[in-house]
Design a protein around this ligand. Sequence first.
Ligand code: 8Y7
Length: 261
Amino acid sequence: MGVINTTPDSFSDGGRYDSTEAAFRYARQLIEDGVDILDVGGESTRPGSRNVDLAEELGRTVPLIKAIRNISNIPISIDTNKPEVMRQAVDAGASIINSIWALRQGNSLDTAAELGVPVCLMHMQGTPETMQKNPGYKDVVAEVMEFLEQRIEAAISAGIKQGNIIIDPGFGFGKTLQHNLLLLKSLAEFKSLGVPLLVGMSRKSMIGMILDKPVDARLYGSIAGAVIAALLGADIVRVHDVAETIDAISIVNAMNELQSD
Ligand code: 8Y7
């Protein structure tokens, strides 16, 4: 999954792709690079970020999704918390809802169920504004697992098919470096929930803290994170550096395909 940020204040792209045209060209490049899914988001979820209004978010995402749909059948996920963005994005051609809130707010769960598309349910402690202030757990792996189990149940109760559910432990969302590393080390346990696993570590502060490097110097660390995740059973890795990560994951896939023969 390749990240297409459309937000001027986005964590990693610093506003370079802040117009639909630039984001579209970037999406076309990722498709050429061999990306499997494009994740389009119009609201920055960086720690400390603030909400954007509905019209702004629609303006950043819907025209872009339509433009991508004009040139490709590539699956597009819409990273949003707003039911109206979910509706208009799916209407424009998005086919996955990526919810960092695990569809916990307003009527997002019922909206997603009604739209009938796959959903990614991510764990987050707190809110994007405050989540990194003082994250705390007694047992981070058990608590994240318990949360995801409950959100799978809630989604199924709302009418979302189990086959349309993806889970994500939410690296960096209300977690210290130690919490993130404990989750990474135990990643394979999440496979016991019986649905595909998505992991996003690309360029995040957990990589930066280990390497003591700024966001533009986290490529190799991010690739290592993606490879570890793939080895431990992640089905989808959400990344910024698509071509580089595809090469790295191809080695894992070649090995895994041999083992299953
Ligand atoms: C994730 C995500 C972000 C993640 C899923 C960033 C939108 C922060 N991270 N969605 N979104 N998983 N599912 O650094 O880890 O890219 S935004």
